[in-house]
Design a protein around this ligand. Structure first.
Ligand code: ATP
Length: 373
């Protein structure tokens, strides 16, 4: 059982009807959310959706206008930041430029009046944890971006917080380093056993590192679930579109079966059939959308056998070569573009399907999901 599936599990962090207003502007809107101990939790959403404000309230830099924030059952809503067992690592890292790596890491511990031998032991432990032992005497400007990021991590962990907050922690790193560092962050979280809450607008990053993701829109939670559920079972077009690439085919519901649903679409000549989990919030005649990921769309030069449903003819409009995949843009007769991602499993450069070819795009019943909002 994952803790969020266990009704008896007690949340580690609880947001209870939390609202944050700046003047008349509502940045976070009566939001309730539970995060569990040792979870790697991601807050994801477009710029301005309120994710940083939520994180800052957890850190204590902002106070909720309404509602409460609980940590292990105690209300911490008005506890000042330095008295919370919560630490935040900022995107800018905020390292002291004139101090060595070890002095940067020791800074907070000194301020807390920890004895010298304990500070030394803790700094050594942190340097080892982030693999920066050979760099202890260097100044920040003598380090690479990735190394500076690790100093900032070590400094945030040195005080042994119970929760580490990460505000776009990898934003300053280039793509390759960023991807490597995501795995290091996951290892670090495993090793320390802490609860990590990360804010990011990068959906791939959120999917890679986290146990669960909360997708936010205008100060509200839209969906909270594991990366796989968010990707495969988004609860709205907003979430489906925010997480990765997706095709939407609009139609009208013509039949709702116990576990399947049929749409009639102007874009597709035959019926669209998809399976559902038994409680589709819709009735016959409603407008709905089939949301389907490009990698689940097959394309072929010949009509698939028994193409009585889930199939449409189009013309190859564009092909994007990404190395591992090629993305085909197929233009339907009505002008809509459908994306199909095809894995490049051989080194064959010659493609069997090329520009301007007439192709059939088809998909199985369980490949897509019908959304009603
Ligand atoms: P980004 O990824 O751009 O940081 P975000 O999702 O983290 O976006 P927030 O920083 O939480 O968004 O901001 C949410 C909204 O609240 C924004 O519209 C922002 O302008 C507003 N806001 C944040 N802090 C303040 C403040 N101190 N005073 C007034 N408005 C604020």
């Amino acid at each position: 059982f994952a803790p969020w599936e266990d009704p008896a599990a007690r949340p580690f962090i609880r947001f209870e009807g939390v609202t944050k207003r700046f003047g008349d502007f509502v940045a976070v809107d009566s939001l309730s959310l539970d995060i569990y101990e040792r979870e790697f939790f991601a807050l994801l959403g477009p710029s301005g959706c309120g994710k940083t404000t939520l994180l800052r309230m957890l850190a204590g830099f902002e106070t909720p206008s309404e509602g409460r924030i609980l940590l292990e059952g105690s209300d911490i809503s008005t506890v000042p930041p330095h008295r919370r067992p919560v630490n935040m690592m900022f995107q800018s890292y905020a390292l002291f430029p004139h101090m060595s790596v070890e002095k940067n890491i020791a800074f907070g511990l000194k301020q807390d009046g920890l004895p010298r031998d304990q500070i030394e032991a803790r700094v050594a432990e942190m340097l080892k944890l982030v693999k920066l032992e050979p760099f202890a005497r260097r100044k920040p400007h003598q380090l690479s971006g990735g190394q500076r990021q690790r100093v900032a991590l070590a400094r945030s962990l040195a005080k042994r917080p119970k929760v580490l907050l990460l505000d776009e922690p990898l934003g300053a790193l280039d793509k390759k380093l960023r991807e490597e560092t995501q795995f290091e962050l996951m290892d670090l979280q495993q090793q320390t056993g802490l609860t990590f809450v990360i804010v990011t607008h990068d959906q791939e990053e959120a999917m890679t590192v986290s146990d669960r993701i909360a997708v936010m829109d205008h100060g509200k939670l839209v969906q909270v679930a594991t990366p796989a559920v968010i990707y495969e079972y988004p609860n709205s077009r907003y979430v489906a579109d925010f997480i990765g690439n997706v095709n939407f085919l609009e139609g009208r519901i013509s039949r709702i079966g116990r576990n399947d649903v049929e749409l009639v679409s102007n874009d597709v000549p035959c019926p669209i059939v998809a399976i559902h989990d038994g409680d589709l919030p819709a009735t016959t005649g409603d407008t709905a959308w089939l949301a389907i990921r490009p990698e689940k769309m097959r394309i072929s030069l010949d009509a698939p056998e028994a193409a009585t449903r889930n199939c449409v003819k189009g013309e190859v409009w564009d092909i994007g070569y990404l190395g591992d995949l090629s993305i085909y843009h197929v233009r339907l007769p009505g002008g809509q573009i459908i994306k199909s991602a095809v894995a490049n499993q051989t080194r064959l450069v010659e493609r069997p399907i090329g520009w301007d070819d007439t192709v059939y795009v088809s998909w199985p019943d369980d490949a897509g999901i019908v959304l009603t909002k």
